[in-house]
Write a protein that binds this ligand. Structure first.
Ligand code: PRP
Ligand code: MG
Length: 215
C-alpha cells in the first residue's frame, strides 16, 4: 500500500476493543450504540487534530515555571459526508464549539454501490485551510473519494485533508491512498474484507442506519 505514513490507526487498546465490541453487537440498542460510538468518535477526532500543524508556545504554570508547549496554527473547518458523517458533528462541536461545518450529500447506490453526489455546501474560504472530512465508513472508498474530489475542486490542498473514518476495509484504504496519496486517514479499525454486497466484514452494518435509528 502506498502512502502508508498517511494512515493513522488508533492504538488497538483493550479499552477501544471493548467499545467496538458493544457497537458491533447486532443486538445493541440505539442509546447504547450512540453512546459508545460517540466515545470512539471522540478518540478519532482527537487523533485527527493531532495531524494538524502546531507551533511552539510557552506558558507560565501556577508554580512560576515555563511549560514548553504547542498550539494549533491551522485555519480549520470540517465537512460531513451526509448522512453518516453527521454522526460526528455533535462530538466535534464539543471539542471545537465554533468550528464551521460544510456538508456534502453523497449516497451509495444500493445496486451499483457507486456513489452519487447530490449536493454540497462548503464554508467560504475553505481553500485556505485544513479540513476534517467526516465519513465514518470506508468500504469501497468510492464515497470518500467522491467527497475528496469535491474538496479539491473547491481548491483545498490534498495534504490538508484529514479523513476521519470509524472503520475501513483494506480495499477502501487502497482506493483512497491510490487516488489521493497525500490525504491523511485516521481510523479506529481496519476490517478483514468486503463481502459480495460491498459491506465490511466483520463490520458494523449500516452505520448511518444504526446511529440514526432508521434500520
Ligand atoms: C454508506 C456509508 C459511507 C459509504 C461507504 O453510506 O455511510 O458513506 O456507504 O461506502 P463506500 O466506501 O463503498 O462508498 P450510504 O450511502 O449508505 O448512506 P448513509 O451515509 O446515509 O448511511
Ligand atoms: Mg454515507
Amino acid at each position: 500500500m502506498s502512502a502508508e505514513h498517511n494512515l493513522h490507526l488508533l492504538p488497538q487498546t483493550r479499552q477501544l476493543r471493548a467499545l467496538h465490541t458493544i457497537v458491533r453487537d447486532r443486538t445493541a440498542g440505539l442509546d447504547s450504540f450512540v453512546l459508545h460510538s460517540r466515545r470512539i468518535i471522540r478518540l478519532l477526532l482527537e487523533a485527527g487534530l493531532d495531524q494538524l500543524p502546531f507551533a511552539e508556545h510557552q506558558v507560565t504554570t501556577p508554580v512560576g515555571a515555563t511549560y514548553q508547549g504547542l498550539r494549533h496554527t491551522a485555519d480549520l473547518c470540517a465537512v460531513a459526508v451526509v448522512r453518516a458523517g453527521e454522526s460526528m458533528e455533535a462530538e466535534l462541536r464539543e471539542l471545537l464549539p465554533g468550528i464551521r461545518i460544510g456538508k456534502i450529500l453523497i449516497q451509495r447506490d444500493k445496486q451499483s454501490k457507486l456513489p452519487h453526489l447530490y449536493y454540497s455546501n462548503l464554508p467560504p474560504g475553505i481553500a485556505d485551510g485544513h479540513v476534517l472530512l467526516m465519513e465514518p465508513m470506508l468500504a469501497t472508498g468510492g464515497s470518500a473519494n467522491a467527497a475528496i474530489d469535491v474538496l479539491l475542486k473547491a481548491g483545498v490542498r490534498e495534504e490538508r485533508i484529514v479523513l476521519i473514518d470509524f472503520i475501513a476495509a483494506p480495499e477502501g484504504i487502497r482506493a483512497v491512498t491510490e487516488a489521493h496519496p497525500r490525504v491523511k486517514i485516521v481510523v479506529s479499525s481496519i476490517e478483514e474484507r468486503l463481502n459480495e454486497n460491498a459491506f465490511m466484514v466483520p463490520g458494523i452494518g449500516d452505520f448511518g442506519d444504526r446511529y440514526f435509528g432508521t434500520t
